[in-house]
Design a protein around this ligand. Sequence first.
Ligand code: NAP
Length: 453
Amino acid sequence: MGTTTSINPYNGNEIKTFKTHTKSEISEILEKANKRFFSWRETTFDHRKKLMLAAAAELKKNTREYAEIMTAEIGKPITQSIAEIEKCAWVCEYYAEEAESHMANEIIKTDAKKSYTSYEPMGVVLAVMPWNYPFWQVFRFAAPALMAGNIGVLKHASNVFGSALNIEKVFKRAGFPDNCFTTLLANSDAVENIIENPIVKAVTLTGSGPAGSAIAATAGKNIKKTVLELGGNNALVVLKDCDIDTTVDICVQARFQNTGQSCIAGKRLLIDSQISEAFIEKLLVKVRELKSGDPMDEHTYIGTMAREDLAKELEEQVKNTIKAGGKLEIGGKRQGAYFEPTVVSGVTQKMDMFNQETFGPALSITTFKDIEEAIALSNNSRFGLGVSIFTKDIKAAEEMAYKFDEGAVFINSLVKSDPRLPFGGVKESGYGRELSKHGIREFLNRKTIYIAK
Ligand code: NAP
């Protein structure tokens, strides 16, 4: 039996050492989950709705308890941890209300007396999840999965096992039957075996590209459905007719919230050269105002990054970009897992901060001459999660939305996830969708029912 220790990235203190599950314990958990499926799928939507609303209530009641562990585990500012827990309550309430209509039979007129599509749960679904939104990433999978009659088994990132166990606790406290949602304490090397187990019917991963291709390869070999939510290198496209003050505020939030560790963060600011000077000046004022400090302090906006090795990786990308000719406007220094809010201008397409995903508080700035160049720059990425366009000419922005190779185009807003809207990417950002009716249908069997005349 192995162990995994979680470390507080702010002070380096050990939080807890967890015993990881052995192979046979994992098999046993999967057996129990599978058994539960056959009774869980018989329950009514009303019954599941009551439990899911109880989960939302539990999240609202004990927000602080769940938020504090998250903050300790990844250095996330406490106010942002609290907001994350509240958003999880929202997704539980959304699917409690909407699951039944999302799964309603769809009548299709044919030569039959009656023919339709029936949406049915698949069984045990494995969720492999990242640390950056330890609760949200899991709840946006778990709420639709459980409402649909599926069973969730979570393999969370190894640095957030405390949060992973807390999520299991939320569902237990809400009254869900045992084994409806289970946390496996396992490292990434256990995943292949889990996917190969015939009990597991499908896999969802939110994480990096290498994890995505490893999981998709194993699932592919075993003919199992996958949804992949991978990296992003979103552009913030700032046109010269935008409202500068509002756009500056949104761009700062888009890049620096969650200490920059978000797949949908606006990582590349692309700006019309005619307004770049004035814009950067205002932007730097706002970045300077971002308060770094103890993540448990409610005034802190920039915490530490989740691990020191991740901060070192970001430091390398920033250094390489400056070495290649980028201009450091602010920040750039690292201390342990803390990385200063950083802005680098004059970034070209060959530089690391343009063509790699920067997963921390560092913004790159590139100028363009016209909209065609802006679109080409935005699309020059392996990723395609989302883009933000800032302009007063909303009609023109909406008309050009199709030219962006992205899963989402947000006009005058940062890209954000919302239970009511589909969420997911194209290109190396992955495939499939989470949230909305599209998310719940990913792990359903669309069964054709045909009754002859
Ligand atoms: P990661 O290293 O890929 O880890 C994500 C999860 O996958 C963890 O549970 C990890 O387990 C597991 N894992 C890693 N390598 C694996 C492998 N070869 N086989 C099976 N499982 C494996 O990603 P991360 O560093 O935690 O998260 C950052 C990345 O996630 C970024 O690229 C970010 O953009 C992306 N992300 C995407 C979205 C989205 O919705 N599109 C949202 C958030 C984050 P261990 O912890 O045990 O290694």
